[in-house]
Design a binder for this molecule. Sequence first.
Ligand code: PRT
Ligand code: MG
Length: 228
Amino acid sequence: MITFALSKGRIFDETLPLLAAAGIVPSEDPERSRKLIIGTSRPDVRIVLVRATDVPTYVQHGGADLGVVGRDTLIEHGGQGLVQPLDLQIARCRMSVAVRSDFDYAAAVRRGSRLAVATKYTSCAREHFAAKGVHVDLIKLYGSMELAPLTGLADAIVDLVSTGNTLKANHLVEVEQILSISARLVVNRAALRLQHARLRSLIEQLEVAVQQRTQAAEPLRATLPAAP
Ligand code: PRT
Ligand code: MG
């Protein structure tokens, strides 16, 4: 049996077409069911539903053989015990620094001020500011980072941005991009040895599905008129 860890919401929704291409269709919709373990069209594959931040932990300790996790979450976890064979190129966004639109970030950095930075991503934030030589006091939050600069809890936040609508709605501006983010396939190192053939073939099927998705996007570009 292969156990696949997924989180509900965007990771589940965007992984679905890739799984389908590998012949794996969940037998239930997790948004409608309260079940945490769901079967699939393949009798040897089941899905466990866990919080996004718990996916690497489940896979690391063998609670699942493989899973899908955002690069952001994977970096914060540290990646111990995990093989990362594939960038699935889904759930894309970027990790950025944002401040209130009336906050002069460049001047604060230039002055060498100590910045209060609120984030769920303390490792990434620590590394980013250390590399720039900016002194920061990190404030760990678990959600709604956007609120921190508005309430005076912090000068800046490090958070994920995709359309930018959330920042805009809260009068925040993106001042630096730290990382580009997409979801990765992670596999338990020991499981990959013990169930090598089965896991390898699943990884290859997913790899083909990712390539086909990328190629399907390409003919569109090819039909555009060539640049003069
Ligand atoms: O929400 P919950 O607390 O249950 O867990 P989670 O936030 O860890 O999970 P989920 O499902 O929200 O995110 C899972 C993964 O999706 C993340 O780890 C990222 O790798 C990826 N992802 C891609 C995103 C986004 N895009 C994204 N836009 N995760 C979160 N966001 C949030 C962002 O934090 C911000 O609040 O969406 C808001 C910004 O979106 P825009 O479009 O307004 O810019
Ligand atoms: Mg979320």
